[in-house]
Design a binder for this molecule. Structure first.
Ligand SMILES: Nc1ncnc2c1ncn2[C@@H]1O[C@H](COP(=O)(O)OP(=O)(O)O)[C@@H](O)[C@H]1O
Ligand SMILES: [Mg+2]
Length: 365
């Protein structure tokens, strides 16, 4: 069992507090992505898990064993960084097997394990080459091979794809996912790329300013973001935010703003109005010709991308983006209306920016 437990990790550098009490539990075989903007504390947390940095307070356990006081070499982990740190004068084979060589693993066995890892990463035809004669993606595979042969309890990745060009990044992302599915090793992976988080993670910790903003599976993070920061960080184009009022009367609730009147499933709310923000994802805005459509506006820009067409719409004072059909026909200045599924929307408190928890659906004609 190589589960990971992070308990109340705090870290200060002098007067600067960079981690404010991080708690994360990751199951054996899980894939945790630490996601957040630059400087939010992702690498610091990863380095603390690795033992490269010491926490000010808190506890790290790997496979139900506290490792907080252990040096990196005794934690049975393997790290892959953004810079590959390969030995330039050694062949690919020797680079991958170097850790095994250091541990005194006999040559025969070492060669077999290196070959197995290299085959898995599709670099077995490159074993006799030097790093200088490899592409960026191939070097990254060598660095991953070196981690695999150590057969660790835990893989730690720090932005491993950020030096690669866009196409290669997508390929290597698939490679890492395949690797995780084959090996089943527990992984902690740092990135600022929300697509990597969505595609790879079983669990995402969205971080900002040294705090975990939300810890959940990718679907929950996408569909039910804990606050407006998380909502805005995940998804491209971003979730639309429309400021307005939540009106509760006669046991029914609706959101109102200029051009917007959406029934919302808020249960148990006291009658009255409160300022809030409607969050609706571009793909949840469905073009309609119905007269009583919940969202009405005027087309500003139409951008066909191929598989779909992005339509920017003025709704009251707001600029809203809808992901429409590829053959969407509207033009700038045309009126346009949208339907939204009340279950797909989110409401946020205008002051705290926290998500307002909704209950059963009420119909509001
Ligand atoms: N050794 C250090 N000394 C002082 N401040 C540091 C040190 N390492 C990181 N920091 C600060 O801690 C914060 C978090 O950094 P880091 O964990 O590298 O962020 P991320 O990986 O999310 O970009 C940043 O403000 C950074 O400047
Ligand atoms: Mg970093």
């Amino acid at each position: 069992m190589a589960n990971l437990s992070i308990k109340d990790i705090q870290k200060s550098y002098g007067a600067l507090k960079v981690l404010h009490g991080i708690d994360v539990e990751l199951e054996d075989g899980g894939f945790l992505v630490l996601l957040g903007p630059s400087g939010c504390g992702k690498s610091t947390l990863l380095n603390i898990i690795a033992g490269l940095d010491e926490p000010s307070t808190g506890e790290i356990s790997i496979a139900d064993r506290s490792v907080t006081a252990l040096p990196p070499k005794d934690r049975n982990i393997a790290m892959v960084f953004q810079s590959y740190a390969l030995y330039p004068t050694m062949t690919v084979e020797r680079n991958i097997g170097f850790g095994l060589e250091m541990r005194g693993v006999p040559e025969q066995q070492r060669k077999a394990e290196v070959r197995k890892a290299a085959e898995m990463l599709q670099i077995d035809h490159l074993l006799q080459r030097l790093p200088a004669n490899l592409s960026g993606g191939q070097r990254q595979r060598v660095a991953m091979g070196r981690a695999i042969v150590r057969n660790p309890d835990l893989f730690l990745f720090d932005e491993p794809l950020s030096n690669l060009d866009a196409k290669l990044r997508v390929e290597m992302r698939t490679e890492i996912k395949r690797l995780h599915e084959r090996l089943g090793t527990t992984i902690v992976y740092v990135t600022h790329d929300q697509i990597e988080a969505m595609t790879l993670a079983t669990k995402v910790a969205v971080m900002k300013g040294g705090y975990v903003q939300q810890l959940a599976d990718p679907r929950t993070i996408y569909e039910r973001p804990a606050n407006m920061f998380v909502a805005g960080f995940i998804g491209s184009p971003a979730m639309n935010f429309i400021r307005g009022k939540l009106v509760v009367e006669a046991g029914r609730s609706r959101f109102e703003s200029e051009g917007v009147r959406v029934p919302v499933p808020v249960s148990g709310a006291a009658p009255g109005t409160r300022n809030c923000v409607l969050g609706v994802r571009p793909e949840e805005m469905k073009v309609t010709t119905a007269d009583n459509a919940p969202i009405k506006g005027v087309i500003d820009v139409v951008e066909p991308t191929g598989p779909d067409t992005m339509v920017t719409v003025r709704v009251g004072d707001h600029s809203v983006v809808a992901r429409a059909e590829p053959r969407f026909q509207g033009r700038r200045g045309d009126p346009v209306a949208f339907d939204v599924d009340p279950l797909s929307i989110n409401l946020f408190d205008a002051e705290t920016e926290e998500r307002i928890v909704m209950g059963s659906v009420h119909q509001d004609a």
